[in-house]
Design a protein around this ligand. Structure first.
Ligand code: F6R
Length: 608
């Protein structure tokens, strides 16, 4: 979850380390730090809180070394204090770490038995102390790392620098991602290509168990058996590495407003515009007619995209779908019998639970298809096939454009499956593809309601609890709406299937409780309106998101409705996602919350 960076440069590296940490802040932002080597001595500056605090500290205490490591933290072990911030260091070694050392208690006890003292509550300090112990016994830095790595259990990425070693940076990867950047007379290590983008686009990705010895002139990768291995250098397209807010005050706002463009681009990748059919990229070779079971696994917002896809695959293709949150799937150990396909959905492509689920189905011999946004990610690399979302870098911690792009890809796949399984006629396919193609323009219309939605958000910001309701395809979107609102504004929110209301949650309704109802004109619209009336009858404070006719049929006044353009019901989640996102965005903004970096969260969840 944390972001790490290492630079072996030719001039002072602290400024560049800080720039990279800004690009990595999406991975964690509760404390940060940098260490460099100055005249052979390890010197570090760390600060609690956002990177800005580290920047201010560095202004007072500049670091001058030409080799250094940096870290932005999402706390796992120990509170986000300065003492617990990385790099962790002794006089001989400094280390930054992303992930969890699962056996750190055992290791701590072993070190304590050697009379070694601790100054933090972190698991990372154990690594620094183990290396230090090995160095104190006369091992070289390379030997010390080689001897220490097998002692560590868990999922982690590490970067080390050493006292008196002006030309040595060592990295290790076990579970958490780590990339090597190849420069000219300079080399780099980082959690991802985005962090390294200012310096190089020549990137190699370490595989699990790899560790790497880097000098200014060389990069030597060793595998888990300590044999030298070659990891190819990829040229990463610059376009995928741009991260800037443009004219928007938050990344989230920019990313919401980018949706017509990126969803359009994604749809174009999967459909033949000329004849209105789905046309999958050549490297996605799936014969859906020979499959009798689809298993989907993902986390958070990506899980809700998968839940919407379950409706699509079942209704359009008659394909039975099981879906689990990845943290359950991986331990539920479902039997992988029958002719199945495993589908994984992830923006980052690094989510630990989703990756573990992929590895489970890979081990079971099932083919896997990953819908991912980061094409160089671990999940993309380990899946049999990749269906990319072309959302571009998503920096706001709350997923927005990646979600709608995931929906676009999943619907294209479901339509393709429907044709392959004889459930959809050529005419029905064309109708659905036409509906999908209408989405980007309709999205632009919905985004024009931004100001109205902001007004509604001002009221929502006063609520203590909020309920989202929907049926059918809108039910997972209700869950997504509640997730977005709570993660950004910290208002308690729940999503419910509208028909489930009367089985308990209706007891919560009174005039203080906003109830947001997603009611596109679909096969269950009348039933949703009945549920809405039940809420109204109990004094509930309704915000309807529906078409103009929906508002009239529900007998609601205009100011309590977000009026949506008419849209084919099958594609409605792509469109209805937008007011849901905007409501959360504006509510959090009005409340003065940190929209792009909500408390306790991180963008890329590489711990389980
Ligand atoms: C919520 C959100 C998270 C992610 C989840 C999965 O707005 O962004 O719930 O959707 O952590 O992340 P990825 O898609 O990277 O696997």
């Amino acid at each position: 979850m944390c972001g790490i960076i290492g630079i072996l440069g030719n001039s002072a590296v602290a400024g560049n380390l800080l720039d990279s940490l800004k690009r990595l802040e999406y991975r964690g932002y509760d404390s940060a730090g940098i260490a460099t080597l100055e005249n052979g001595v390890l010197t570090r500056v760390r600060a609690e809180g956002k990177l800005r605090n580290l920047e201010l500290r560095l202004a007072d205490h500049p670091l001058l070394g030409k080799i250094g490591i940096g870290h932005t933290r999402w706390a796992t072990h120990g509170r986000p204090t300065e003492a617990n911030a990385h790099p962790h260091a002794t006089s001989r070694v400094a280390v930054v770490h992303n992930g969890i050392i699962e056996n750190f208690r055992e290791l701590r006890e072993a070190l304590a038995a050697e009379n070694i003292k601790f100054s933090t509550q972190t698991d990372t300090e154990v690594v620094a102390l183990l290396i230090d112990l090995a160095l104190s016994r006369g091992l070289s830095p390379i030997e010390a790392v080689r001897e220490t790595l097998p002692l560590l259990k868990g999922a982690f990425a590490l970067a080390f620098i050493f006292a008196d070693e002006e030309n040595l940076l060592i990295g290790a990867r076990a579970g958490a991602p780590l990339a090597v950047g190849h420069g000219n007379g300079e080399n780099y290590l980082g959690s991802d290509a985005l962090a390294l983008a200012p310096f190089t686009n020549r990137i190699s990705y370490l595989e699990d168990g790899d560790w790497v010895v880097i000098t200014r002139e060389s990069v030597t990768v060793y595998n888990i058996e300590n044999h030298t291995v070659v990891r190819p250098i990829n040229i990463v397209a610059q376009g995928t590495l741009v991260a800037d807010k443009g004219n928007f005050s938050h990344f989230m706002a920019k990313e919401i407003h980018e949706q017509p463009e990126v969803v359009g681009r994604t749809i174009a990748h999967y459909v033949n515009m000329a004849n209105g059919t789905v046309s999958l990229p050549e490297d996605i070779q799936i014969d859906f007619s020979s499959i009798d079971r689809l298993v989907i696994s993902a986390c958070g917002t990506a899980f809700y995209a998968g839940t919407i896809a379950k409706y699509w695959f079942e209704q359009l293709a008659g394909l039975p779908v099981e879906i689990d949150v990845a943290s359950e799937f991986r331990y539920r150990e479902p039997p992988l019998t029958g002719r199945g396909l495993a589908l994984f959905i992830s923006q980052s492509g690094e989510t630990a639970d989703t990756l573990a689920s992929l590895r489970y189905t890979n081990a079971g011999g099932w083919p896997s298809l990953a819908v991912v946004n980061v094409p160089t990610s671990t999940i993309a690399r380990e899946s049999t096939m990749v269906a990319p979302t072309l959302a571009g870098p998503e920096i706001g911690v709350a997923s927005t454009k990646a979600f709608t792009c995931q929906l676009a890809v999943l619907l294209a796949l479901a339509i393709h499956a429907g044709r392959a399984r004889g459930m959809l006629s050529a005419f029905a396919e064309q109708e659905l593809v036409t509906a999908l193609l209408s989405i980007p323009a309709l999205m632009s219309k919905v985004l024009a309601h931004d100001v109205e939605i902001e007004q509604l958000a001002r009221d929502l910001a006063k609520a203590k609890d909020v309920l989202y309701l929907g049926r059918g395809l809108s039910f997972p979107l209700a869950l997504e709406g509640a997730l977005k609102l709570k993660e950004l504004s910290y208002i308690h929110a729940e999503g419910y299937a509208a028909g489930e209301l009367k089985h308990g949650p209706i007891a919560l309704i009174d005039e203080t409780m906003p109830v947001i109802v997603l009611a596109p004109k679909d096969g269950v619209f009348e039933k949703t309106v009945s549920n809405l009336q039940e809420v109204a009858a109990r004094g509930g404070n309704i915000i309807l998101i529906g078409s103009a006719t929906a508002a009239t049929e529900a007998g609601l006044e205009r100011e309590t409705a977000i009026v949506m353009p008419d849209v084919h019901h099958i594609v409605s989640p792509l469109l209805y996602a937008l007011p849901v996102q905007l409501l959360s965005y504006h509510t959090a903004r009005v409340m003065g919350k940190d929209v792009d970096q909500p408390r306790n969260l991180a963008k890329s969840v590489t711990v389980e």
